[in-house]
Design a protein around this ligand. Structure first.
Ligand code: G3P
Length: 217
């Protein structure tokens, strides 16, 4: 199971990278805006910096929504670094753009997936990753984890190479349940990854070991 971090914050990316468990990074326009990144040059430079920190797939999302604009933008993003994965929204023109990049050998991540049918279409168009948004489904009282299960069954039935990249992760339980179902990748904020570390019995046990170690001189 691959671990990606879902942020454009360089400090958090470095912290996750230093842990030694990071396989990649995902960003989106909201996460880039949160870091105050604006303007084409600043955006391209920011992605270049992320690629220099992490040696893994780095999803960079197009800002446009028409086929012609998305392929122009995606070609520019892909030219930044070989690890760039062009992130394309799940819309009709997006499907065409996925096919265009697939034919060119440029990796893609189809984002804003909220149904199994959308994931199937993206896989058919040659997407390398589909990003179902778990947390946003849970937010509207729909079981996001059920969507991961449906996509897993469909992709396994037909041996699609497309990887399930579980996104909109809000808690360590999301990560654990994704691992149980067999999502290929989770992309998560740093705090949910770090919360996997925590258990009160670990803290209690370590305190005892440290205290006993002192007795041993
Ligand atoms: O990057 C896409 C996705 O992970 C966004 O998550 O928390 O904004 O629903 P969230």
């Amino acid at each position: 199971m691959k671990f990606f971090i879902d942020t454009a914050n360089l400090e958090q990316i470095k912290e996750a990278q230093d842990l030694g468990i990071l396989d990649g990074v995902t960003t989106n326009p909201s996460l880039m805006a949160k870091e105050g990144i604006s303007g084409k040059d600043a955006i391209l430079n920011h992605y270049k910096t992320i690629c220099e920190i992490v040696d893994g797939d780095i999803s960079a999302e197009v800002l446009s929504t028409t086929y012609e604009e998305m392929i122009k933008e995606g070609d520019e993003l892909a030219a930044i670094h070989p690890n760039i994965v062009v992130k394309i929204p799940m819309i009709k023109d997006g499907i065409k753009a996925l096919k265009y990049f697939s034919n060119k050998g440029i990796k893609t991540n189809c984002t804003l997936i909220f149904s199994a049918g959308q994931a199937l279409l993206a896989a058919k168009a040659g997407a390398n990753y589909v990003s179902p948004f778990l947390g946003r489904l849970d937010d509207i009282s729909v079981d996001g984890m059920n969507l991961i299960e449906e996509i897993r069954i469909i992709f396994d039935n037909y041996m699609f190479d497309t990887e399930i990249l579980a996104a909109s992760i809000r808690s360590p339980m999301h990560i654990i349940n994704c691992a149980k179902i067999g999502a290929d990748v989770i992309t998560s904020p740093l705090d949910s990854i770090l919360n996997l570390l925590n258990h009160p019995l670990t803290d209690k046990g370590l305190a005892q070991f440290v205290a006993d170690a002192k007795k041993m001189g």
